[in-house]
Design a protein around this ligand. Structure first.
Ligand code: NAD
Length: 251
């Protein structure tokens, strides 16, 4: 039980990668706080499974984030994971989608971080893990807001790592390639339209074409990496951007 006595907030943990990370931290003994949107019964089941508190903030709203962080109190581990995607040519990109993607993928981690850091500094220990993306290191067409937000979170993470370098608090990104989650499934129809392709062509010729392994990354592999970053032995790992992308960004 590596993480017994540690309290962890994982944003966007009602689904996909965040849920796998929450489960991995819980399995190591962390007291997990869940957050995200979704069906109330499903959320109640997840809370019972992990004996978890639920922070109900809609992360598009900074006031709601402040209220949630106040309710939760001090945390040791902050996983900024909630994110959204929209696929569209830049000249047609809906401006409300741009604003929402920036608010959720980039501004929400700023707010949770600024509110979590004082208690971490006081304790002399903390872990901030931001789910970025291969799109924090490279780009794909039709994802202007997503690519901009993910490059942004990578820069934000490095800055926080440098500011906290002598405090016992680390800050790192995990950058997955394509992981089969509702976020990826949801963008297939728009990618079919934007590129004039069938569903199978999008999966094999657009998504897996990027990954030399020809496999989707599994959510629990990301959970294992998050646990590693929380270990004492990872205390000198800070400001890093960890690719877990089947070799995508090695090309
Ligand atoms: P997902 O759609 O399965 O989960 C997203 C989570 O964010 C859900 O829990 C959802 O409820 C929550 N969420 C969405 N809007 C919210 C809001 N306004 N307030 C609070 N919570 C909100 O997606 P996923 O694939 O698990 O993605 C998780 C993270 O991983 C995202 O940041 C995404 O950009 C990143 N990522 C995913 C992939 C992939 O291939 N799936 C690849 C690279 C990076």
């Amino acid at each position: 039980m590596l993480l017994k006595g540690k309290r962890a907030l994982v944003t966007g943990s009602t689904s996909g990668i965040g849920l796998a990370v929450a489960r991995a931290l819980h399995a190591e003994g962390a007291d997990v706080v869940l957050n995200g949107l979704g069906d109330a019964d499903e959320i109640a089941k997840l809370r019972a499974e992990m004996d978890a508190y639920f922070g109900d903030a809609n992360l598009l709203d900074p006031t709601a984030i402040e209220a949630m962080m106040g309710e939760i109190g001090p945390i040791d581990i902050l996983v900024n994971n909630a994110g959204m995607q929209h696929v569209s040519p830049v000249e047609e990109f809906p401006t409300d989608k741009w604003d929402a993607i920036m608010a959720l993928n980039l501004s929400a981690p700023f707010h949770t971080t600024r509110l979590a850091v004082p208690a971490m500094k006081e304790k002399g220990w903390g872990r901030i893990i931001n789910t970025a993306s291969a799109h924090s290191l490279t780009a794909s067409p039709f994802k202007s807001a997503y690519n901009a937000s993910k490059h942004g979170i990578a820069g934000f993470t490095k800055t926080v790592a440098l500011e906290l370098a002598q405090t016992g608090v680390t800050a790192n990104c995990i950058s997955p390639g394509y992981v089969w989650t509702p976020l990826i499934e949801g963008q297939i129809p728009d990618t079919m339209a934007a590129r004039g392709l069938s569903r199978d062509e999008v999966i094999n010729d657009v998504l897996l074409a990027k990954q030399p392994t020809k496999k989707f990354v599994q959510p629990d592999e990301i959970g294992a990496l998050a646990v590693f970053l929380c270990r004492e032995e990872a205390g000198n790992v800070t400001g890093a951007n960890w690719s877990i992308d089947g070799g995508w960004t090695a090309e």
